[in-house]
Design a protein around this ligand. Structure first.
Ligand code: URA
Length: 226
């Protein structure tokens, strides 16, 4: 998969994406966070409240990538602040990772949903939407330059690795990207919310925490070697 070699990925990049062929040059993460609010690369901007950009230090050596903002994130303008965010926060704490020191973002920046009465039901982004939004993830990665990126769930895997392989088959072995950094794959925290068997939830939560510990250990090793 072609990765951003500089902080200004090529435009335009996708048949299914729409929007301007040129963007003003984006020179920092802060500028990207502003520019994303004008994104029309796919149709999701028409329905969401706002784009939800990543959050965290620009020099973070770990990045976490989820799928897309949910209902609460769409309203708050911040990633992982709803129910899945609580699961994520607990797992980070259990793994000894300080959320304030890592960069947290999503593969897709606008909430995709289906209105159902007063509710907005989450819908999974499609391949075109994921590819369209990779522009922003590439920018975030180009500015932050994480040593280790944790892909949480299938959408993040598809965006970062261009792969539709299962989480189970990719879990446990880091994959190196063209830029030399590493991607580790784990479940999306909302998977734990959807599970019904309490025993299974406890076991899966432990595995999730174990994946985060492994990512932290890899980051520590790479940072030590740098
Ligand atoms: N799910 C995600 O993938 N990201 C969020 O920010 C919230 C829920």
């Amino acid at each position: 998969m072609a990765r951003a070699k500089s902080n200004q990925p090529m435009l335009p990049f996708d048949d299914e994406a729409s929007g301007p062929a040129e963007l003003p040059e984006i020179k920092s993460l802060a500028e990207a966070a502003i520019a994303v609010q004008g994104c029309t690369r796919c149709s999701l901007y028409q329905f969401a409240t706002q784009a939800v950009f990543g959050e965290g230090p620009a020099e973070a050596s770990m990045m976490f990538v989820g799928e897309q903002p949910g209902d609460q994130e769409d309203l708050a303008g911040k990633p992982f602040v709803g129910p899945a965010g609580k699961v994520f926060d607990q797992a980070l704490a259990a793994a000894g990772i300080d959320r304030d020191r890592v960069y947290v973002t999503n593969a897709v920046k606008h909430f995709k949903f289906q209105p159902r009465g007063k509710k907005r039901l989450h819908q999974r982004p499609n391949g075109g939407e994921i590819r369209a939004c990779r522009f922003w993830l590439d920018l975030e990665r180009a500015f932050v330059k994480p040593l280790v990126t944790v892909a949480m769930g299938a959408t993040a895997v598809q965006s970062l690795l261009g792969s539709s392989a299962t989480i189970t088959s990719l879990r446990g072995a880091p994959t190196q990207l063209e830029d030399g950094s590493w991607v580790m794959v784990t479940i999306h925290p909302s998977y734990l919310l959807r599970m019904t068997d309490r025993g299974d939830v406890a076991a899966e939560r432990e595995k999730f925490e174990g994946d985060l510990r492994a990512a932290k250990a890899l980051e520590g090793k790479l940072a030590g070697a740098a």
